[in-house]
Design a protein. Sequence first.
Length: 725
Amino acid sequence: MVNFGGKKVGQVVAGIGGNGVGQVLAAVAVSLLFRLFTGPGPALVTDDDSAYGDDDERNDVAEAIGDGEAPVDGKVFPVTIRWQNITCSLSDKSSKSVRFLLNNVRGEAKPGRLLAIMGPSGSGKTTLLNVLAGQLMASPRLHLSGLLEVNGKPSSNKAYKFAYVRQEDLFFSQLTVRETLSLAAELQLPEILSVEERDEYVNSLLFKLGLVSCADSNVGDAKVRGISGGEKKRLSLACELIASPSVIYADEPTTGLDAFQAEKVMETLRQLAQDGHTVICSIHQPRGSVYFKFDDIVLLTEGKLVYAGPARDEPLAYFSRFGYTCPDHVNPAEFLADLISVDYSSAESVYLSQKRIDSLAESFLQQSSTILYASPLISREGYKKSKLQKRTIVKKKGGWWRQFWLLLRRAWMQASRDGPTNKVRARMSIASAIIFGSVFWRMGRSQTSIQDRMGLLQVAAINTAMAALTKTVGVFPKERTIVDRERAKGSYALGPYLLSKLIAEIPVGAAFPLMFGAVLYPMARLHPTLSRFGKFCGIVTVESFAASAMGLTVGAMVPTTEAAMAVGPSLMTVFIVFGGYYVNADNTPIIFRWIPRVSLIRWAFQGLCINEFLGLQFDHQHSFDIQTGEQALERLSFGGSRISDTVMAQSRILLFWYCTTYLLLEKKKPKYQQLELPNPEQTQQKIQLEPLETDLPPEKEQIKSTRQVESESPPLDMYNLEGAK
Ligand SMILES: Nc1ncnc2c1ncn2[C@@H]1O[C@H](COP(=O)(O)OP(=O)(O)OP(=O)(O)O)[C@@H](O)[C@H]1O
């Protein structure tokens, strides 16, 4: 049996409080801690690897596109993605109805081209983008089927490197743009790159994404203004480009940006496409100049495909065949958006617009093969050739300690530079110490001062815990999202992240309880010796860290900051009730006895009471009066315990919450919806994703298609477009 300071492990883990539940909790904590420090642990990967073909197939495609190798000379491995019969349905158990979020959607995205998925709000743009990127969150109510082909082979996003730029740009606010990119590069790029090479790479990314002018500005957040929204979006893109992805998915990259910033972001995406990336973005309603940057578009409405193919004039020519002509000087994107939107202004307009949309969707379904897949895919030999030409470096993930030091640096920069938050925390600590110090001003040694002392120490314990908890639950859910995203890229493991966070926050986190103690202690005239003052500060500091650790668990448990703000204080209230002051440990009902043992408030209160009362003499007149501090401790059922025991118990609680956080973060991996094969009826028209050969010359084909529309579709009403007025 391993010994810890002369004790056996069994004794050491003898609980948060010494037995029962405490033992179990501490044992869990120790076993998790062991896991935390043994090896880098898995990066955040999904459980659905099996969803996409077999390993051979995956390796085959991966080999063809150079998976696992990061080109440093700017070359991008070309990836063509084709999809067909993509159907995503959402079942509603209560009404037993099924709603189609995507209905038989098909399309193609090619390297060197910028594809925009356009459509009205709720038309399924983000859903389609997520399906293509393999990022559609799994839900028992969803059913997803279809065919997805990567470079001519049925495959998935696992077979190529891709970047996913989400709508929400999340960063560590106190880092500069350059630091954010450098750290991302250090975490993602192979270790064998020298510092100079890495810096050069970061500089080239800054230049490429137009971030040079703001390279040394703080990223900022809602509290402190940093870089602009457009710059944030481009920084997101830069961070995603570090791993040299073949495909870039961007979900509504212009949302929330002004027209100028939106255009700059879209120009960046266009340039990335020109560099050889396959770029797919969803966009709601771009301005004209943005629309003309697209090479291809997919038009969706109510989950149905209305058009997919080349952008610019082609869709206008296509729709003019049905009598819908885009007037001169009208933004084509607006024209298209109006054409495929349901007009809810009156019952009649809803009927007419719905009819028009259904007809257009039906028409496109009939003739999409003449518009899509006009060019054949690059041959596999072509990919192999491009692979031989490039300069490659074998990707190797940094070790545990390397990840730890990098993350420690980042956590320290974030914690120490957060001036506004630290100032508020310092002011709050001093203000609450002054308020409590004034209320309990210079307590004497009377009998009534015993109750005052207990009240003050309980309030000090509650205040310290609440301050640390609310600070943590206020920021951690957002940080967790960043960490989840980074871990999804395989940048680092959880162990180094949590340890670096704990260590980096020690100096800053300790400063506030120390300030609180330094002001309160002399004001209230607590036990006036230096060593007791030191112990007072030590106890509240450890308690503050334990409360922070609990805040991490709450933040890892719930999805949002708001939910964490609701759950955290409620949970803490339970620990306050069993904090040793309101309910005496000896009077606690048996079924609740475990709560005081795991209550950080109780242990802090107990430690503070022992520190304060031990050796104190009180004025007394009657024999039944409390004469010594030891007697006061007996009344609280704290007699016989030592400060070191309470600090150890607090440390175990801290450890327990950290390990629980680890477990929760590890278990809460995102699960993505699996793409199932479509049913045979869906695919009977065209199961092979091959270029459709047609014997007819283009003009005849067009005539045939138009006739087909005339004969097979309901007649299309002439449509008066708002944009055309
Ligand atoms: N997991 C889900 N559960 C329930 N409904 C969903 C789910 N995913 C998508 N939807 C619904 O599917 C429809 C399409 O959503 P999606 O986000 O793809 O639309 P969008 O075209 O991107 O819209 P916007 O432009 O407003 O972002 C919406 O009505 C949405 O509420």
